[in-house]
Design a protein around this ligand. Structure first.
Ligand code: SF4
Ligand code: SF4
Length: 207
């Protein structure tokens, strides 16, 4: 990445011109950070500072750079290097929003094409009629700490959202609720099984 960047970056500044932090008026200039890869005698520390206010959004690498280089990654390297060497940079002048900010937008379709993921784009409508299972096993440990302790017994009828297990005393744990209405059919150390009342859950509708 560094070798390619060092040899191929032509300092076109496209990465900086599209950078949302730069457009907001922060002194983020990834094309200058690219200079820290080696084609400068001014010193890495001097150029690294232009990464300080980078938020690592990735737009410069994923969208802007016509050479398919890695300005975002160069900025991350620069920030790490500054951290390790104890260097810091503070922008003195007040951030001033760039006059082109509202016009330098990235169309979603262009981004999809640039990322070569257009073929994965498709409608994802909300699906209301999810199949209702015949039974569910609700794990007693879905969290850090100890498994929760059942507060129901085999044969109990539970409604969806009823409490079925609680933390063990003062131990770290979580309260666990029934995801669906039904009858408790089995309790083990790991789970509570509920035979689902399919009619109650679907209102008698076939799904
Ligand atoms: S990754 Fe950093 S330098 Fe690149 S566009 Fe985002 S904020 Fe700007
Ligand atoms: S867009 Fe790419 S080629 Fe242009 S200055 Fe930035 S890193 Fe270099």
């Amino acid at each position: 990445m560094n070798r390619i960047g060092k040899s191929a970056c032509d300092q076109c500044t496209a990465c900086t011109e599209i950078c949302p932090r730069y457009l907001l008026g922060y002194d983020v200039q990834p094309h200058k950070v690219m200079r820290s890869l080696g084609f400068t005698t001014s010193g890495v520390d001097y150029w690294n500072k232009f990464a300080t206010y980078c938020c690592s959004c990735g737009l410069c690498t994923l969208y802007a750079c016509p050479e398919d280089l890695f300005p975002r990654e160069a900025c991350e390297q620069a920030k790490n290097s500054m951290r390790e060497t104890g260097n810091s940079y503070r922008q003195e002048k007040e951030p001033k929003i760039h006059s082109m900010k509202n016009y330098r937008r990235v169309p979603t379709q262009s981004l999809l094409q640039r990322l070569r993921i257009t073929k994965y784009e498709g409608p994802t409508p909300f699906v209301d009629d999810v199949p209702v299972p015949e039974d569910v096993c609700v794990l007693l440990q879905q969290h850090a700490g100890k498994p929760s302790i059942p507060v129901v017994s085999v044969g109990d009828i539970v409604n969806g959202r009823d409490l079925i297990a609680e933390p063990d005393g003062d131990s770290l744990g979580a309260r666990i609720h029934a995801p669906l209405s039904g009858k408790v059919s089995e309790i083990t150390a790991e789970y509570i099984r509920i035979v689902v009342d399919v009619v109650a859950e679907t209102g008698g509708k076939t799904v």
